[in-house]
Design a protein around this ligand. Structure first.
Ligand code: C2O
Ligand code: CU
Ligand code: CU
Length: 458
C-alpha cells in the first residue's frame, strides 16, 4: 500500500483484475488499485480533501468508517453516486491518532462491493503527541487488512452465498492479508507494530501466534488504550481494529494463526463455510488456520527498544447518561425456522432488521441530541452480531451480560453483541434526515438484508 499525501487525495474506484493464485485472474474492484485502496494518512487538526471518482459500472460510496465527521460527509447509503460522477468531501480530521478504514456503503450492495475490493485503511496521526510506539511505516509499523475469500476451480474469486451464507454471513476458505493469500513478511528484529483490520464480510478471528508468544495490544477501533495490554490472543469481529506490538528480538520466525470461531449462539457455526449445508454445522471449534507468517531480516532495529508504560488515550469520563435506548438485532420471523425461511425467500433485502424493522432509506429510526450521553442496550437473536455506530466512538460498559473495564477495551465503534451489551455513546457531529448516520450489524450480508437503522443528530 502507498501512502497518500496529507491533504488532497484522489480515490478513483474502478474495475480491475488480480491473479490471487495460479489460474484465471479474478475480476475485482479497487480504489486507485486493482484490489482494495491505498492507505490514506490523515493528520489531526487538518482537512483532508478527497475526490472520490466512480469509474465502476454501479453506484458506489466511500464511507469513512470510524471517523467523526457530520452526516453529509460520512459516505453512507444516501450519498451513493453514479458511474462517471465525482464526490469531493472535505473532511475535518477531528479524531485522535487511530487506525480507521473506508469502504463502499451502497444499500444492498455493500457486501458484494467490499468483497470485490472497495475498502482501504486510514491512519490518523496526531502531530502533537508522540506515543513512543514503532511508527516507521512499512518497516516497523505495518497495516494488515485481513479478509477471507473463496475461489472457484479456475482460481477466480467467487462470492456464492448459500442459505447459510445469508444466515450467518459469508465465510471464505482462503485467508488474504493486504490482498495476498497467507503472505510472508520480513520484519526487523525488534518491536513491530501491526495495525490489524478485520475487513472480512462476516468472519470473526481469534488471532494468536503459533508459538504462543505474548504481544501487547496498544490500540483499538477509536485510538490508543491508556496502557499496553499483554495478551496471547486477540479476537476481532468484522470491522474491528486493533494495534498490537510484537517483539521479534529473538529473531525467531513466527506464524500468525486464528482459531476457527463460529458465529456463536444456537446455530453454532463452527467451521461451516459459505454455502455449506444446513445440517452439517458444528465444526470443530478448536481448529486453527494460518493467517500469515513472519521472517526476521537483517535490517537495523530502530527505536523504540521498549514499550512505554502508559499511552496517550482519549478515553474520558462520559458522565451520567441522560436517556436509555434499546436495540434488538433480529433475524425476523417467528422462531428459528421462521427466520430461516424468511431469510431464504428474503433475498430482496427485507429479511432482517433492528427492533422489528428492516432498513428503510426513507425512514428515520431515532433522533439523537448533540452532546448528550446515552446508554444503549443492545441484544441479538441467535448468533453474535458486530454492532457498529457511525459518527462517533463509544465506550463499552458490559458485553455478553458481563461488566467490562472501559480502560481495557478503549474507544470503540464496533462491539460484538453476543448476549446483552451496553455502551455509553455521545455525538458531537450533526446528521440531518437527508444524510443520517447508520447503526447496523457489520456482518455485511446482514446489513444488506436490512439489519440497519438510521438516525439524526441535532
Ligand atoms: Cu463500516 Cu456503516 O460501516
Ligand atoms: Cu461506519
Ligand atoms: Cu448480524
Amino acid at each position: 500500500m502507498e501512502i497518500g499525501p496529507d491533504a488532497g487525495h484522489t480515490l478513483t474506484a474502478r474495475n480491475g483484475t488480480r491473479a490471487f493464485m495460479d489460474g484465471a485472474p479474478s475480476p475485482t474492484l479497487g480504489y486507485e488499485q486493482d484490489y482494495l485502496g491505498p492507505l490514506l494518512r490523515f493528520q489531526r487538526g487538518r482537512t483532508a480533501n478527497i475526490d472520490v471518482v466512480n469509474r465502476t459500472d454501479d453506484p458506489i460510496t466511500a464511507h469513512w468508517h470510524g471517523m467523526h465527521v457530520p452526516g453529509h460527509l460520512d459516505g453512507g447509503p444516501q450519498l451513493a453516486f453514479a458511474p462517471g460522477q465525482t464526490w469531493s468531501p472535505e473532511l475535518p480530521v477531528d479524531h485522535p491518532a487511530a487506525t480507521l478504514w473506508y469502504h463502499s456503503h451502497v444499500h444492498g450492495q455493500t457486501a458484494d462491493q467490499v468483497y470485490r475490493g472497495l475498502a482501504g485503511m486510514i491512519i490518523v496521526d496526531d502531530p502533537d503527541v508522540d506515543a513512543g510506539l514503532p511508527d516507521d511505516y512499512g518497516f516497523n509499523d505495518i497495516p494488515l487488512i485481513v479478509q477471507d475469500r473463496n475461489f472457484d476451480r479456475s482460481g477466480r474469486m467467487s462470492y456464492d452465498l448459500g442459505m447459510m451464507g445469508v444466515m450467518q454471513g459469508f465465510r471464505g476458505s482462503e485467508i488474504l492479508v493486504n490482498g495476498a493469500i497467507r503472505p510472508k513478511l520480513t520484519v526487523p528484529g525488534g518491536l513491530v507494530r501491526l495495525r490489524v483490520l478485520n475487513a472480512s464480510n462476516a468472519r470473526i478471528y481469534d488471532f494468536s501466534f503459533a508459538d504462543g508468544r505474548t504481544f501487547h495490544q496498544v490500540g483499538t477501533d477509536g485510538g490508543l488504550l491508556p496502557a499496553p495490554m499483554g495478551r496471547t490472543t486477540l479476537q476481532l469481529a468484522p470491522a474491528e481494529r486493533a494495534e498490537i506490538v510484537v517483539d521479534f528480538a529473538d529473531r525467531a520466525p513466527a506464524r500468525l494463526v486464528s482459531r476457527d470461531v463460529g458465529s456463536g449462539g444456537m446455530m453454532g457455526g463452527g467451521s461451516m463455510m459459505g454455502g455449506g449445508g444446513m445440517m452439517n454445522g458444528g465444526g470443530n471449534s478448536d481448529s486453527t488456520f494460518e493467517v500469515m507468517s513472519f521472517d526476521v531480516g537483517d535490517a537495523a532495529v530502530t527505536a523504540p527498544a521498549t514499550l512505554p508504560k502508559t499511552l496517550p488515550s482519549d478515553i474520558r469520563d462520559m458522565g451520567e447518561p441522560v436517556r436509555t435506548r434499546s436495540f434488538r438485532l433480529n433475524l425476523h420471523g417467528g422462531g428459528m425456522m421462521g427466520s430461516m425461511f424468511n431469510t431464504l425467500i428474503g433475498r430482496d433485502g427485507q429479511a432482517m432488521g433492528i427492533n422489528g424493522d428492516s432498513y428503510d432509506m426513507n425512514r428515520i429510526d431515532q433522533a439523537m441530541q448533540l452532546n448528550e450521553t446515552e446508554l444503549w442496550r443492545i441484544d441479538a437473536d441467535m448468533q453474535a452480531h458486530p454492532f457498529h455506530v457511525h459518527g462517533t466512538s463509544f465506550q463499552v460498559i458490559s458485553q455478553g451480560g458481563r461488566a467490562v473495564d472501559p480502560q481495557q477495551v478503549g474507544l470503540k465503534d464496533v462491539v460484538l453483541v453476543d448476549g446483552p451489551t451496553e455502551i455509553l455513546v455521545r455525538f458531537d457531529k450533526c446528521a440531518t434526515a437527508e444524510t443520517p448516520f447508520m447503526y447496523h450489524c457489520h456482518i455485511l450480508e446482514h446489513e444488506d438484508a436490512g439489519m440497519m437503522g438510521q438516525f439524526t443528530v441535532s
